[in-house]
Each structure stands twice: as C-alpha cells, then as structure tokens.
Design a protein around this ligand. Structure first.
Ligand SMILES: Nc1ncnc2c1ncn2[C@@H]1O[C@H](COP(=O)(O)OP(=O)(O)OP(=O)(O)O)[C@@H](O)[C@H]1O
Ligand SMILES: [Mg+2]
Length: 1043
C-alpha cells in the first residue's frame, strides 16, 4: 500500500479517517471529480462510471501495471486483473472476478477491460492469438443479441453472463465456457417508453444491403415493425450499420460458417415479421369467438421463410389442442389469446436463438477435456434492481444478487475474520448483516418463495397469482423480511405504497415491492405444444433445432422444470463455481442517473454504497487492523529504516521486522501485533508514520547515493581525461620524433647516394669513351636520314611540273627537311621545264606572264585567254601588201595586227579599223584605205582603261601634249583585248622604260576635243561575249555602253 504524494484523497478507504459514510462519499466524490474513478478497499476495487473516455487504458499502462505489484501504482482495474492473473499463474489458484453494480454502473465495460488486460499479458503465438480473438470477439456478438438501450443505459446487458477463461500451466489461454442467465425476453415484444428492442434488430435493418434485406423479406424502415419501438430507433453515438458489419465479422472469427450466420439472420428476421402478424376476431358457427389472421401475405412470407405451410402456422397460432387420456380436443383461441400465443412464440424463438448462439460460441472456444487447466471466471451479471413496478424478472435478479452478496460475505468478511484466527491474533467479532436469512426466504427447498411458486404452478385446481400470494402471506406472516398488505394489516400498520396484489422483501440492499401478477405464467413459461410442434415441422434447419420438444416421438407429458426452478439451479451451479475460486471484487457505482460525465449524485451513490456494504467492508477490514502484510515484503519495504537491517540483513524476516519496529518509538505494542506470518498494524496513522519515515530515509539515501555517484563520476571522468591526455601527448611526441627521424634518414641516404655515385663515376670514368652516346646517336640519325633520302630517291614523283605529289616524312624530325626537299625538287622541275623551252616559246610565256600580272583576277576576259596562244597577226599581214607597206616604215616587226572597232565619239556608233602595233607606234587605219589614218607614238600613250567584264572595250588615253593627243582619246573594241593590251604594255615598257597604267573600272573618263566624256559600262543580260555592244549618249558628257 503506497501513499503517493500525488494521490487525490485516499486511494484505499481502509486508510480513511474518520471512517464515516460522509467522509467515504466525500472521498469518492473528490476522486471522481479529479477523474480518479478507481478506489480500493483492501483488494476490493470500487469503480465509479466516468461516462467518458479517460486516458488511463491501453498497452503502455498494461505494461506498467504488469510490472508492478498491487499497491505500487494508482488503483486500477488493471492492477486487480494483474493480481488475479498472477495469482492464477504463480499460486495456481483458480480465480473469479465478480463485477456487480446497478444497471449502467459499468460492469460490462469492466469485464471487457479485464479480458483485454488478460489477453495482452498472456502468452503469444498463432493458436493462442486465435483463442484470444475468439474470446474477445464473443463480446460484440453477445452484445448485439443480448443488449438493448434502456432508460438507464444505452447498452444495457439484458442477460447475465459468466465466462470461464481457461489457461494452460504457462498461463496461455486455451479457451473458455460462457454461461448465460435469464435473457429478458419480454423485451422482444414490448419495450418501455424511451427504450429499444435488442440491438440486432436495428443493426440488421440498418446494416444489411438491399439484396440481403430482400432475401429476408424485410424493409429498411424500422417504423414498419410492430415489435420495434417507434419513438426510439437510434441511439446517440451508436452506429447500427457498422456494428452489423462488426458482428458479422466477429461471428466469422469465432467460427460461425456462412450458412450459420445466414440462419441466425433469418430467424431474427422471422421474429420481426411475427410481430406484424395481425389477428382479428372471428366467430365460429356455435357463436364462440375465435380468431384469424387478417394479413395473409405476411404469414405467407413467414411460412416460406420457415419452410412451413402457412395454413399450419395459422392453425398453430389461432387454436389449441388439448389432449386428454381418451381424445384430443381442438379449441379456437380468441384474439387476445392468439396474440398472446404469437408473442410467446416470438419470445421463445428469440430466447432459444440466443441460447443457441451462446452454445455455438462455446462449441468454438471449448477446451479438450484431457487438458490440465486453470480457470479465471468473469461474472458480469445484472445488478440489484428496484423498479416502479417489479415483477418476476426483478424477483429472480434480486435473488441472484442476494446470493452474490452471500459470496461476498462468505469470502470477504468471513475470510477476513478467519485470517485473524489463523494468525493467532486475539479478535473481537465485528457485526455485519448476513443475508443468509433472505436467501433462505427465497430459495428454501420446501418453504421458500420459489418452492411455493412451483407448488402453485403444479397444483391441480384453480390456480392464480392471488392464490399464490395468499399462500405466501400465510407462510411468512411472521417473517422479519417479508411484508404484504395482509401482514401489515395484522400488525395494524398502514402503508399506502403497498398494493393488494403485492408482497415486499427487505433485501440486503433495500426493500422491494413485487407485484404477483404474471408470476405463475412467467414461472410456467409454457409454450403451447401446437406452436412447438409447428416449429419442429418447419424445414428451416436452425429454427427446427430450437424446438426439439415439438418432435411427436419425444413428446412427453412430463412438465418441463419451471423458470424459477431452472434459475435457482443455475444460480446454485454458479455459486458452487464461485466458492471454488479465489474471488476478486469489482464494485461498480453509477454516479448519476443521466449518463452524464462529471456529475456526482450524492444520494444515488450513498444508496449504492449502502447496499454494496462498502462501509461494512471497510470496517471489518479495519476493525482490528487497518493494515497487514507478510513479513518478507514488509521487511523489504521498510528495512532501510534501521541501521541493523540496512543495507544487509542476515536474520529471519520476522526478526528483521521486530528490529525495525523496535527502533521506532511511536510503534507501541498496542499499535502493532505480530501474527504467525504477517505483521498487523492497527491504525492507518502508524502506517502513515512509517511511510513518512521511509520517504525521509529515501531522500537521505538518495542524496547519499547521488553524492557517491557524483564523486565517482567526476573521479572516473578526471582519471579518464588524464589517461587520455597522456596517451595523446605520448602519441603526438612519438609521431613527431618519427617524422623527424624519417626526414633525417632520407637526407642521409640521399647524401650517401650522391657521394657514392660521384665516387663510382670518378672510378669508372676512365673505362668509358666520352662522346660515345653522341657518336651513337648521330650514327643512328645519319642512318635514318640515309634511309629516308634513299627511300625518297627511289620513290620520287613524276617530273611533271604540275604534279604536286610528294611522300610524307617518315619521322617528325625530317618534316622541315622534307618540305625543303619538296620545294627544291619543284624548283628543279620548273628549271628543267624552262630550260627546254625555245626563245620563242619563252617570249610567248613572258607575254602570258605579263598578261597574267595585268589582268589575272581583274578582268573576266582573262581566264578564257590563257590557253590560247598569242598569234599577233589576225588580219593576214603577209598576204596584205597594203598593210605591209604601211608597216614598212616602222622599226622592227609588227607586234599585233587586228581589226578593231572604233566607237564614234559623236553618236556612239562603231566603225571598223585595222590596228597595227609596232615597237614604236599604234597605227589605226581604215581597212579599205592604204594610208594610215592615225599613228600614235607609244610615248604619247598615257594609259588604257578596260572594264572588268568579258568585253573587248578599252579606252586609249593619250597625253595631251602629243600631236595626236590633241584630237582626243580613243574608245576601241578589240576581240583580243588581253593580248593587245599586254603587247602594248610591253612595247611601251621597251620603248619608254615606263609602265603603261592599265586601269580596270566600270566607269572611266575620256578626253575629247569637245570636252571630257564619262563612259559608264553596264553588263548586258547575256554578258555579250560576241563583242556586240550598244552605246547610248547620255547628255553631252556621258556615254553609256552596254556590253
Ligand atoms: N471505464 C469506463 N470508461 C468510460 N466509459 C465507461 C466506463 N465504464 C462504463 N462506461 C460507460 O457507461 C456505459 C454503461 O456501462 P456498462 O454497459 O458497462 O454498464 P453495465 O453495468 O453493464 O449496465 P447493465 O447492467 O445495464 O448492462 C457504457 O456504455 C460506457 O459508455
Ligand atoms: Mg452490462
């Protein structure tokens, strides 16, 4: 038991001071308001429903609680589950966890938390996980079929459930068995205002797809079903459609086959449809009222789904067969009876379906009989109920709770007192209310209420609820816990709350008034044989199997056990089961009636704590000693308080504890008692004192540990640093010296090598001829050059001047020489060529050379002139005596004789002239006349102008001072203009030693007597190679020539 600094209020009510109802409630309220919903009374857990999701669950917390013992952490359901599971595995004791409380107090949630805890901490593996899944998945299925929305709880369990989880010796789950108690089947046909039918109906209608709905002959609207409360069809925060999917998948996990799931849904749908069967009044021929089915289609569909003739069904619903010893009599039922029969059938089908589902789950999760197993039972059963109108159901439920209170008393209060006895501690008995007497009142085999009821049900003659009540009044007139109008009247009490048809039982948890109406019927719980036989005849496999008593072969006239007797025996089995196990209690408390978070209704909680007997529980636990613990854990916890037991103790546990407590003066002998195995402490204050001392001592020890640890840490740190520093500096120095040594060694070696080399060279020089290498290399070079030159000689290209081919140099070093040689060879070839020319040819070439210098690249007429040799004579001078005569007066031969055309300066027309060029003159003559028309001395020729085109036009400029010059310049056209001008140029050079200016231009100016004329030459469209040209005068000073 720890008293944590952060605890809100008191975590264990045993330590509450002062111990009163008010302080207890205050403590619970304080804790509840601080979201601490769990509180202990010793090892009993009180859980107050938080009505909100708190962050206190999940794998991390499970792990935390798994590692700690019960009191080490805050009170929690995990701590209780852990204790039970540990005790199961390590002490080999079967456990049961009893969860009790009012409707909506959180029992089912608590049972799920326990199961999830156990599932999380127990072993793992494929098989184990499957079992765990099946156990966990049984919850949604059972909740769908067995839970419903009530005014108290949106997810109220309408059946009691006890689940045995079975484990192997290692603590891994093997499987389990579920026992269900008394499903509230009246809900199937009728619900209170604001309540719903079982969840599955709504889930089916909301979640089934259109195809499934059609197959089940259902429609989606819940309003269309008489058995479903029309005003409430939804529950806030509950998604019926998705829950339907979860239920189906859960059924699959558990092991339901597709077919079985379908059967279950079909039977569920059948129940819904039965509700819509409308019955109407009919009269038989003899005037006795009978009934019939007004909606034939509905019954038709039900019949089809059941696999039963609808007539058969109608007969079963509307009539009853009475078998006497001699004959069978069929009587018609009136509408009310028929409706009763219909509802009875619906209720029976549904409750039997529920039982079938539980059995089917059990089949999946059952464990082989041969296996050794340990068991943990979890009981989630309806709590004590006081309604406005209490009937048979409340009676049996409250009876069950009385029995559970018995278990609580037997196992907790009695056990507590037994412990003192066993420990040999003087003990004064504490009184508590033992409800055995009430249990007896109800269950006594001969004189109990249930026995009376059975007797009444079996008794021949007129039997009714009133005769039953009369019997009770007679039997229990003097019973302290029984009251009714009759007993009150006998004692002259007046109580207006007590009805005539009521009796009251003073339960341990409060007085409850029951109305006897319906007791007999409900206890009989008989289904007309006609109905069960009809159901057995149905072809639907599941439906048929639910009514085995309908088989005529098995029909026995023995009455089946009554509902009360069945319940009593199942409670007896449960009790036997629980007594055989170690109990763990979870007492659930509902903090308010509105399912609201944060609201704490003082009155409501007070009532619950009263009937749960919490205060008595604390009192008994504390009457003697508030705290007890085995010596070993006590010694472990407090041994640090004494120098003799700390840090080491070699003696026994009890001696150690005595030593510790002996040293503490506050722990007087009245306060402390030493049992056989446990130490008992009377008041919580002593424990608080011990805890406080422990806290202080822990602080001291923590400081000591801290001090030593810090010193040790600093020391080791310093030593490490020192060691490291030395290591680093030694490595550094070593490396430095090594480097220095390496350098010195390398230098010494170098010097040595040089000296040795020098010495060796000195010694060996005399053995070598100097310059050998040079000789060798020049020899090699020479031989290479020789090879190259010889190769060249044998491989010379042709002697043609035009052949430019030359072999490549074989080595790079010969490239320049090779180029020189190529040049030389070329020049040599040219020289050779020149040498073989005759003087005439040489002259001709000189002229050609001169022509090239003058016109190459300048005039278009040049290139065509190159291959044509210069003839000089184009007029047949030899055969023309006239011209010979004309030239006879000239020095030297006629250089050029040609017919040219002269452009008339006046009109631009041309006239033919013969031109003779001699060494001294240019002679122009009319072709027909033998006299020279114009003789121009070469010294008077000042220059010539030609165009760049292909034409033969040229301007002959004369110097002004000459006599001919005064007449003006000539504009002539020659067919051999290149030859003519070349020859003229050379002649001028020979005669005057001056170079004749030759201008190449498209525009030049000619000087005439009348003045200067600018000749502009334009190229004609065809280039006009034929020599034809046209001149146009452009004003008085312009001439445009198109060539
Ligand atoms: N520990 C919890 N944490 C959060 N909510 C809880 C807790 N326990 C209960 N509740 C809320 O209270 C509601 C009622 O709880 P639960 O169904 O367990 O009551 P019950 O005691 O089983 O009632 P009934 O007897 O009607 O079946 C739950 O649906 C849930 O909303
Ligand atoms: Mg429940």
């Amino acid at each position: 038991m720890t008293l944590r600094e952060d605890s809100v209020g008191v975590e264990d009510l045993v330590l509450l001071e002062p111990l009163e109802e008010e302080s207890m409630l205050k403590n619970l309220q304080l804790r509840y308001e601080n979201r601490e919903i769990y509180t202990y009374i010793g090892n009993v857990l009180i859980s107050v429903n938080p009505y909100q999701q708190l962050p206190i669950y999940g794998p991390e917390l499970i792990a935390k609680y798994q590692e700690c013992t019960f009191y080490e952490l805050k009170p929690h359901i995990y701590a209780l589950a852990n204790m039970a599971y540990q005790s199961l595995t390590s002490r080999d004791r079967d456990q049961c966890i009893l969860i009790t409380g009012e409707s909506g107090a959180g029992k089912t949630e608590a049972s799920k938390l326990v199961m999830s805890y156990v599932a999380a901490v127990c072993g793992k593996g494929e098989q184990v996980n499957l079992v765990k899944e099946q156990l966990l998945q049984s919850n949604p299925v059972l909740e769908a079929f067995g839970n419903a929305k009530t005014i108290r709880n949106d997810n109220s369990s309408r059946f009691g459930k006890y689940m045995d989880i079975e484990f192997d010796f290692k603590g891994s789950p093997l499987g389990g068995v579920i026992t269900n108690y008394l499903l509230e089947k009246s809900r199937v046909v009728k619900q209170l205002k604001g309540e719903r039918n079982f969840h599955i109906f709504y889930q089916l209608l909301a979640g089934a797809d259109a195809q499934l709905l059609k197959a089940l002959k259902l429609e989606r609207d819940t309003g269309g079903y008489a058995y479903l409360n029309r005003e409430v069809s939804r529950v806030d925060g509950m998604d019926d459609a998705s829950n339907f999917q979860s239920v189906q998948s859960a059924m699959t996990v558990i092991g339901f086959s597709e077919k079985e799931i379908r059967w279950v849904l079909e039977v569920t749908a059948l129940v819904l449809k039965l509700g819509n069967v409308e019955l109407s009044d009919e009269f038989q021929a003899n005037g006795i009222s009978a009934s019939g089915i007004s909606d034939g289609r509905g019954v038709q569909e039900i019949g089809e789904m059941m696999g039963l003739d609808s007539k058969e069904l109608e007969r079963a619903l509307c009539s009853r067969t009475m078998a006497t010893a001699k004959e069978k009599v069929v009587t018609a039922l009136n509408v009310v009876q028929a409706q009763y029969a219909r509802d009875a059938l619906a209720k029976n089908i549904y409750s039997r379906l529920f039982n079938w589902i539980v059995n089917r789950i059990n089949e999946s999760i059952k464990v082989g009989t041969g296996e050794m197993k340990k068991v943990m039972g979890v009981l989630d059963i309806y709590g004590f109920e006081i309604l406005e109108d209490n009937s048979f159901e409340q009676f049996v439920i409250n009876y069950c709770n009385e029995k559970l209170q018995q278990v609580f008393i037997e196992l907790t209060l009695k056990e507590e007192q037994e412990e003192y006895k066993n420990e040999g501690i003087p003990w004064k008995k504490v009184d508590y209310f033992d409800n055995g007497i009430i249990c007896n009142l109800i269950e006594h085999n001969q004189r109990g209420i249930l026995a009376m009821l059975d007797e009444e049900c079996l008794r021949p003659g007129v039997v009714s609820d009133t005769t039953f009540l009369a019997k009770l009044n007679q039997l229990f007139s003097k019973h302290d816990y029984y009251e009714s109008k009759v007993t009150q009247n006998a004692q002259r009490q007046y109580d207006h709350t007590m009805g005539l048809s009521c009796f009251r039982i003073c339960h341990y948890a409060g007085k409850v008034t029951y109305n006897v109406n319906g007791f007999i019927d409900k206890n009989n719980d008989l289904l007309f044989r006609d109905l069960s036989q009809a159901m057995w005849k149905a072809k639907h496999p599941l439906l048929r199997s639910l009514f085995p008593e309908g088989d005529p072969k098995q029909a026995s006239h023995k009455r089946p056990p009554t509902a009360g007797a069945q319940f009593k025996s199942s409670v007896a089995v449960l009790m036997k089961n629980l007594y055989a196990k170690n109990p763990n209690y979870i007492r659930c408390i509902k903090p308010n009636e509105h399912q609201k978070r944060g609201q704490f209704s003082w009155e409501l909680v007070a009532t619950q704590t009263r009937y749960l007997g919490l205060l008595e529980n604390v009192r008994v636990r504390r009457a003697g000693y508030a705290f007890r613990q085995r010596y070993r854990p006590f010694l472990e916890r407090y041994r640090l308080l004494s120098r003799s037991t700390w840090p080491r103790w070699n003696g026994g546990d009890r001696e150690g504890v005595e030593k510790i407590l002996g040293e503490l003066t506050t722990c007087t002998s009245e306060e402390i008692t030493f049992g056989k195995t446990k130490i008992f402490i009377k008041s919580p204050n002593t424990l608080f004192f011990l805890e406080e001392q422990r806290r202080l001592r822990i602080q001291q020890l923590a400081t000591l540990i801290q001090k030593i640890y810090r010193g040790w840490r600093c020391r080791t740190h310093y030593q490490q640093m020192r060691k490291s520093q030395i290591l680093i500096s030694s490595w550094f120095r070593g490396t430095k010296q090594k480097q220095r040594y390496g350098k010195m060694k390398a230098s010494a070696l170098l010097i040595q090598a040089f000296v040795r080399g020098w010495k060796a060279r000195k010694d060996y020089r005399k053995y070598f001829r100097s310059g050998a290498a040079l000789t060798l290399s020049s020899f090699i070079y020479k031989s290479l050059a020789q090879k190259f030159l010889l190769g060249l000689k044998n491989n010379l290209p042709s002697t043609s001047v035009l052949d430019k081919k030359w072999p490549e140099a074989p080595y790079k070093c010969f490239t320049t020489a090779n180029r020189e040689l190529q040049l030389l060879h070329h020049q040599w070839k040219c020289k050779k060529f020149r040498d073989q020319l005759s003087p005439k040819q040489a002259e001709l070439l000189r002229e050609k050379l001169c022509a090239s210098e003058l016109f190459k690249g300048k005039k278009a007429a040049y290139p065509p002139s190159v291959p044509i040799p210069f003839h000089g004579d184009y007029v047949g001078l030899r055969g023309n005596p006239k011209l010979q005569k004309l030239a006879s007066g000239e020095e030297g031969p006629v250089l050029m004789a040609e017919t040219v055309r002269k452009v008339n300066r006046g009109n631009g027309k041309t006239s033919s002239r013969t031109l003779l060029l001699t060494k001294g003159h240019v002679i122009l003559t009319d072709s027909k006349k033998s006299q020279a028309k114009t003789v121009i001395g070469l010294e008077s020729v000042a220059g010539v102008s030609v165009t760049s085109f292909k034409d033969g036009l040229f301007g002959l400029h004369l110097s002004e001072i000459s006599s001919v010059g005064s007449k003006g310049d000539f504009l002539l056209v020659s067919e051999h203009v290149v030859e003519l001008l070349t020859k003229m140029y050379r002649a001028v050079l020979d005669t005057t030693q001056k170079q004749l200016p030759v201008t190449v231009a498209e525009q030049f100016s000619l000087r005439f007597k009348e003045g200067n004329v600018t000749v502009k030459v334009i190229q004609g469209p065809a280039g006009n190679a034929s020599g034809k040209l046209s001149c146009k005068k452009k004003g008085s000073h312009g001439l445009e020539v198109t060539v």
